[in-house]
Design a binder for this molecule. Structure first.
Ligand code: ZN
Length: 306
């Protein structure tokens, strides 16, 4: 086990973004960039730690998450995949435009897409959540967009679809439906994308905050952002135990991703949505992007293969 030293507590504000609902942190190793989104504000962000530059692209609707997409000799432009209110989309940087490729919930206007991630086979998984009038409380679903652009429903009865990660042996998928206060594990088939045998890997005690975004480190441990928990927690999915925690100077911690040249930096998004003006005085950098050296490294993010 890697020893976690003093660096653990030294959380650094790297971008005072004041995002309403910063989310979806993901490091694109090929470009050495951090992608993230401001969901309610409807922006895709591209942050370059080297220069401190952050480019914001207005999408014009909720942006649940962003994932990298493989480069192709047939495409002379860079692009990423987004999960929007209207479904799965390609975003092209050359024209700064999103193109919807699949909208599995066209008939459920009360739902919007939320968090998501690509699996080791390059499929894009993202789930939905009800939001606003007419929404069915457990009417969210988990979807998977295959590289050939067909979509499959992978889970139903979801309240607030959030973090997803795959085990190092690629035989287990971890998934969070936030209000459950649990991290679920499924058997997972890399070949087909099939899921079965759901069980609870971690029960999250209420005082830790709500489990939100998630990533996995090189030791197979889960790093989970805790909404209203002021922290990112490292959980052992095999024992269900909390190993350690990174304190963040914002209550609403939403997602985290390993980044940097050696994937040994942890980038953390936060939100200020719903935090009263009074409370914001004690967390002036809520909505910012933070970074910490957690003492362990992560894996390169999988890219969408379509
Ligand atoms: Zn989230």
């Amino acid at each position: 086990m890697t020893k976690v030293g003093k660096a653990m507590t030294d959380v650094e504000l790297v971008l005072d973004a004041k995002a309403d609902l910063g989310e979806g942190a993901i490091w694109h190793a090929r470009r050495e960039l951090l992608y993230w989104v401001d969901i309610n504000a409807g922006f895709l962000h591209v942050f370059e730690p080297k220069s401190g530059k952050d480019d914001a692209y207005r999408i014009g609707e909720d942006v649940g998450t962003v994932v990298p997409r493989i480069s192709s000799s047939e495409r002379p432009y860079e692009s990423v995949m987004l999960a929007l209110r209207r479904g799965f989309a390609v975003f092209r940087f050359d024209v700064a435009k999103a193109y919807v490729v699949a909208d599995p919930e066209r008939d459920i206007p009360a739902n919007r897409f939320n968090d998501g991630k690509c699996d080791p086979a390059g499929r894009f998984w993202a789930g939905t959540m009800p939001e606003g009038p007419g929404g069915v409380p457990d009417g969210g679903r988990l979807y998977c967009l295959y590289p050939d652009l067909h979509v499959e429903v992978k889970e139903t009865g979801i309240r607030c679809s959030n973090g997803i990660a795959w085990s190092l042996d690629q035989r287990t998928m971890y998934y969070i439906d936030t209000p459950s206060m649990e991290i679920w594990a499924y058997n997972y088939d890399l070949e087909t994308g099939a899921l079965w045998d759901r069980r609870v890997a971690v029960h999250v005690p209420k005082n830790e905050g709500y489990p939100d975004g998630m990533t996995i480190d090189r030791e197979g441990m889960l790093w989970v952002a805790h909404w209203d928990g002021w922290q990112v927690v490292r959980w052992n999915p095999r024992t269900g135990r909390k190993i350690s925690s990174v304190k963040v100077p914002a209550a609403r911690v939403t997602s985290c991703a390993f980044g940097g040249k050696n994937l040994d930096e942890l980038y953390i998004t936060t939100a200020r949505t719903g935090v009263k003006a009074e409370a914001l005085r004690t967390q002036p950098h809520a909505g910012g992007i933070f970074r910490v050296l957690p003492g362990v490294s992560g894996l390169e993010a999988f890219e969408f293969a379509g």
